[in-house]
Design a protein around this ligand. Sequence first.
Ligand SMILES: NC(=O)c1ccc[n+]([C@@H]2O[C@H](COP(=O)([O-])OP(=O)(O)OC[C@H]3O[C@@H](n4cnc5c(N)ncnc54)[C@H](O)[C@@H]3O)[C@@H](O)[C@H]2O)c1
Ligand SMILES: O=CCC[C@H](NC(=O)CCC(=O)O)C(=O)O
Length: 454
Amino acid sequence: MWRGPVSDIDAAVAAARRAWAPWAGRALTERIEVLRAFSNTVRRDGDMLADLIAREAGKPLWEARTEVDAVVAKVDIAVGAYAERTGKKKLDAGVGASAALRHKPHGVMAVLGPYNFPAHLPNGHIVPALLAGNAVVFKPSEKTPATGEALIAALHRAGVPEDVAQCVIGGPEEGRALVAHPGIDGVLFTGSAQAGIAINRKLAANPGKIVALEMGGNNPIVVIDTPKLADAAALIVQSAFATAGQRCTAARRLIVVESVYDALMAELVPLARKLMVGHPLGEPQPFMGPVIDNDTADRLMESFVALLTAGGRPLLHMRRTMPDLPFLSPGIIDVSDVPERPDIELFGPLLQVIRVPDFDSAIAEANNTRFGLSASLIGGSPDDYGRFWANIRAGIINWNAPTNGASSKAPFGGIGLSGNHRPAAYYAADYCAYPVASTEMDQPRANVMVGVRP
Ligand SMILES: NC(=O)c1ccc[n+]([C@@H]2O[C@H](COP(=O)([O-])OP(=O)(O)OC[C@H]3O[C@@H](n4cnc5c(N)ncnc54)[C@H](O)[C@@H]3O)[C@@H](O)[C@H]2O)c1
Ligand SMILES: O=CCC[C@H](NC(=O)CCC(=O)O)C(=O)O
């Protein structure tokens, strides 16, 4: 039975503390059955959830439907990952002994979610956490609370006990209170590097609490020689402008070798100009909706102007397409002559272009960031890709594919300011349970001891 938002964090954590052990004590098969029922519930009510995501997060309905599909698919993937990466294994312990590796849940996990995938990304923490036997207290983004509540309501309808999965509503202040609460055993966070660093700092004196940080990126897409420039342009547009650029894996920096620069821009700029920006529920469906709110749109416009002022050359002006509403058209700016390019994540439809003389400079420029989430190479030979892969510092490295659209069947995370080496998606199983090694005999049997007088 859904009882609405819990605004009292102390009460939510106390209820979760009482609830997690009985949940962990259930057979794994029972937890799997309940989570499969959740997946079926979301599939059945998918249109409603997609409509809610589209209205609340502003992504077009076609895209919100793909987010719902990812929520549905997560359960089977998590069940497979739990068995493969955690679960139970017998170990070789020699004659007459047996040894086992098993995993236990941590207890109560705080889950903090972002607004850009308000269902799929928190769900990517919540499902593996519940499967492993944890209780979760989930605080969705203050910008997408209704989607967060809907996700938890679907878990309850499927049979997850109310106190095992709870939703608390609030912003950073409530997030900080949850992180600092002595009753939680871990924090599973998806959001900005700034907030992730604050959480890490807060828990630095508590090494016993598990902290998984999935943060942003300043992701490069590098183009070297390719005869397929129209396809390259399409991959760049998808990387930079899908979800109005509000993806952690979005390409922020297009790094282009001199030899293909003019021909590539001749494909890319007209294609980006043709992208439809419009109401998420509008017909025909737009390529992209608004950014999340007016403040965000204002800040992105300010960043665009700041880059222009610093020496950037506009290839496609980013514009507010409707006064007082946060619709932005895609912007492309050549920042090759900007002396000190800021290494920050501009979380919107703004692509910075950097012209370089050759492939070595392209690799150096791609690595010229404190982040390390995703990177793509477009064009080149298998040997070029081998060099790219070997030299690029990022958790996702692709060839002739977008920087975004990562698979839930692979680990998902980055290095540097992008994460803390606890990747999510398939590897979420790892941070939702801890290993326990046991040597086990059916009765006490002393070992032969050296150095004991007869
Ligand atoms: N790596 C990934 O998997 C991934 C996925 C999606 C989004 N992101 C990143 O998320 C950001 C966009 O989302 P956002 O703006 O909602 O992020 P955000 O960091 O502003 O907020 C994320 C969540 O943390 C809470 N929060 C904020 N400050 C906090 C603090 N000091 N302590 C505790 N909780 C706090 C917020 O209320 C929200 O629930 C981008 O930087 C994007 O790259 C990363
Ligand atoms: O905004 C950040 C994530 C976007 C998305 N990544 C995933 O969906 C990872 C897979 C998972 O977590 O299951 C992307 O790369 O577009």
